[in-house]
Design a protein around this ligand. Structure first.
Ligand code: SF4
Length: 341
């Protein structure tokens, strides 16, 4: 059955009128779907019973269910979302100073096979619909946060968001619209492994959200070994697309660099990294790798991480070290869902 969530106000108006009801009902339904996070038509108390039962005969809402929550001592919560067809995807909710960052998925599995990522081992099952993307946010807001707002939203869970543009863009429009979910654009970040046509399409769609790019390595040889997508979209072209990505005032592109021992953490790698991104208004996140027996890498030692951080800082870069939250609860992308899929 078709999902009602994911429809815009204009689409809701058309379907309500087609069914013989007054157009203003669409705005009420829109509010129930996006402001009040309704999980069933029965909750829509100001909608006439005959319209509710017509909606229930044609549409469903609530295509995502929270099936499992693992809580770590550091406050992170790993969430397993069940989809209507039995597939599962992951999210992570991370607290920081009374704020909440939610990481969500855009696909079930992933086709890109980045070597340092467990999701890449799962293989792509399918794209998530716009409704399923939005529903991850709403189910967390409603069921875990008890209607507290989500401060930041990042697309860094399972899947490559820029290979699911047909659903990502409508979802972003509803997530950011003030009369829908209403998360400010500056608080949303879409992360890519480097899909150049997707970066350009995201720029053209003018959603206003932030872009993060997973760099992996500062040269094509190592990057292609770590992230096979680099063979199709090599570094020079990727950096060019990043340079052309429109940035509002005081915004930047975030480059994610996962430090892997003896793979991408040499002096030469650091020098090349600086060279590569120096022409772009950017922030660099140095990610400490979350080791897993199923992946053939070790995390760079703390002194190496600090060497990268201090050099980048001295060169004037906005740099941060990110320790992945939820290490005790399979916090890295794909670690929980990999047990199921
Ligand atoms: S890192 Fe992202 S793009 Fe790469 S395999 Fe994992 S989920 Fe896919």
């Amino acid at each position: 059955m078709e999902e009602l969530r994911g429809k815009t106000l204009v689409e809701l108006e058309a379907l309500v009128q087609r069914a013989g009801f007054q157009g203003y009902r669409a705005r009420q339904i829109h509010q129930w779907l996006y402001r009040r996070d309704a999980r069933s038509f029965d909750e829509m108390s100001n909608i006439p019973a005959d319209l509710r039962s017509w909606l229930a005969s044609q549409y469903q809402i609530g295509g995502v269910k929270i099936e499992e929550i693992l809580r770590d001592a550091d406050g992170a919560q790993k969430i397993l979302f069940g989809l209507n067809d039995g597939l599962r995807v992951e999210g992570v909710l991370m607290p920081k100073e009374h704020r909440w960052t939610l990481c969500i998925s855009s696909q079930a599995g992933c086709s890109l096979d980045c070597r340092f990522c467990l999701t890449g081992k799962i293989k792509l099952r399918r794209n998530l619909t716009a409704a399923e993307i939005i529903d991850q946010v709403q189910s967390v807001r409603r069921e875990i946060l008890k209607n507290q707002p989500i401060t930041n939203l990042v697309f860094m869970g399972m899947g490559e968001p820029l290979l699911n543009m047909d659903n990502l863009i409508p979802a972003l429009r509803l997530l950011t619209a003030p009369d829908a979910v209403g998360i400010p654009t500056r608080r949303i970040t879409v992360s890519t492994a480097g899909i150049i046509p997707g970066i350009r399409a995201l720029a053209a769609a003018r959603t206003g959200v932030n872009l993060a790019v997973s760099l992996g390595a500062p040269n094509d040889k190592t990057r292609s070994a770590l992230m096979p997508i680099n063979k199709k979209y090599p570094l020079a072209e990727l950096i060019k697309a990043c340079r052309e990505f429109p940035l509002e005032n005081r915004r930047h592109i975030t480059f994610e660099y996962t430090l892997l021992k003896d793979v991408n953490d040499s002096e030469e790698d650091l020098r090349r990294l600086i060279q590569l991104v120096s022409s772009i208004r950017c922030k660099i996140n140095l990610l400490c790798f979350n080791e897993d027996d199923r992946l053939p890498f070790k995390a760079s030692p703390p002194e190496t991480v600090e060497r990268f951080r201090s050099h980048l800082d001295a060169k004037g870069f906005n740099v941060a070290v990110r320790y992945s939250m939820g290490r005790g609860i399979k916090g890295a992308c794909g670690q929980l869902a990999a047990n199921y899929l």
